[in-house]
Design a protein around this ligand. Structure first.
Ligand SMILES: NC(=O)c1ccc[n+]([C@@H]2O[C@H](COP(=O)([O-])OP(=O)(O)OC[C@H]3O[C@@H](n4cnc5c(N)ncnc54)[C@H](OP(=O)(O)O)[C@@H]3O)[C@@H](O)[C@H]2O)c1
Length: 311
């Protein structure tokens, strides 16, 4: 008899999410079975949960211990502490994860820290890579107080960039400077100068529209989210006038077809173990509180990441 349980959509429940018994995972040959200890929430999957049919199982980010290694001999051994990413269904006690989406954790990295890496950390890492060598370059991060933004500000600073963080309110400035931002711009409009070499843009609407007028020659604006609005108007002349400017449409799961998640997850884990990167967890609760935490995330009642722990 299985003791597996998972978060599932129940339209009648507060926050539409509840924990229910589910079948044990049946791993493919290239998948390890992981006993999950911590998960984190992302805006995209919580938004989808609000519309999904009853019974859908959300969840991208997980960290835990390998209970059964992959039958094909790939990936971590039984008992290894790991972080992993699934396209859905990660919020469960026990899951099967392809070994290309798993990385072993250094002892110093906690499950809760690791659970923040997959979507938020990998998105920041891969989006920043679109700017090439960042040393001495100007990088603008919008939505800088969010899960992705928090990682992007820290990683851009680590890469030697001059970092500007964009936030909604002036009172968010001190925390962003402490995180590594050299400058903070406040409000939903990006000033036309100074110009930036790379923009990591997740807010959409006015923010994306005005960011497109703040690009240096050869700059890349990576658009990856629409936290405020999906529809954008922009001044095309201001976008192209400096020349060779690019708008890059970013979708994490497409990027991971080029470099498997295991690679970036290990890089993030090593940076945390070395004390160079510090995931910002503002909410850490038992997973039974999923409904409330999901509602708080959508209402933006806390900055950066929320983690749920499993016993
Ligand atoms: N394309 C991809 O592959 C990919 C991957 C990861 C994430 N995403 C998307 O990227 C965005 C950022 O992700 P995240 O996990 O960092 O989200 P998050 O933690 O919810 O952060 C949202 C950020 O946007 C800011 N924001 C500004 N206007 C907002 C508005 N009207 N409503 C809500 N937030 C607003 C928030 O500021 P405050 O702190 O002031 O609320 C915060 O900095 C999301 O839209 C997510 O779906 C896409």
């Amino acid at each position: 008899m299985s003791d597996n349980r998972a978060v599932v959509v129940d339209p009648e429940a507060p926050g539409r999410l509840v924990i229910r018994p589910v079948a044990d995972p049946v791993p493919d040959r290239g998948e390890a079975v992981v006993r999950v200890r911590a998960v984190s929430l992302n805006r995209g999957e919580v938004r989808r949960s609000a519309m999904a049919a009853a019974g859908w199982r959300p969840g991208w980010d997980l960290a835990g211990e390998v209970e059964r290694a992959a039958a094909d001999g790939s990936g971590p051994r039984v008992g290894a502490r790991v972080v992993g990413l699934l396209p859905e269904g990660a919020w469960a006690k026990r899951v099967a994860v392809p070994t290309h989406a798993l990385a072993e954790l250094p002892d110093k990295v906690t499950f809760s820290q690791a659970a923040t890496f997959p979507v938020a950390g990998l998105t920041a890492l891969h989006a920043l890579a679109k700017g090439g060598l960042l040393f001495g370059r100007r990088v603008l991060v919008t939505g800088a107080t969010g899960g992705v933004g928090d990682f992007a500000v820290q990683l851009a600073r680590l890469a030697g960039a001059h970092v500007t963080a964009s936030a909604r309110r002036a009172d968010q400035g001190p925390a962003l400077r402490q995180l590594g931002a050299h400058e903070v711009v406040v409000g939903d409009e990006i000033p036309p100068s100074p110009k930036h070499n790379l923009v990591i843009e997740s807010v959409g609407g006015r923010t994306l529209g005005t960011a497109l007028a703040a690009l240096e020659r050869g700059a890349v604006c990576v658009t990856l989210g629409v936290s405020a609005a999906a529809e954008v108007t922009f001044d095309a002349r201001q976008f192209f006038v400096n020349g060779r400017t690019t708008l890059y449409g970013f979708y994490l799961f497409t990027e991971l077809g080029i470099e498997p998640a295991s690679v970036g997850l290990r890089r993030l884990a090593d940076l945390v173990a070395e004390g160079k990167l510090a995931p910002h967890i503002s909410v850490e609760r038992p997973w039974g509180e999923i409904g409330q935490v999901a509602q708080d995330l959508i209402a933006r009642r806390f900055p950066a990441k929320a983690v749920l722990t499993l016993d």
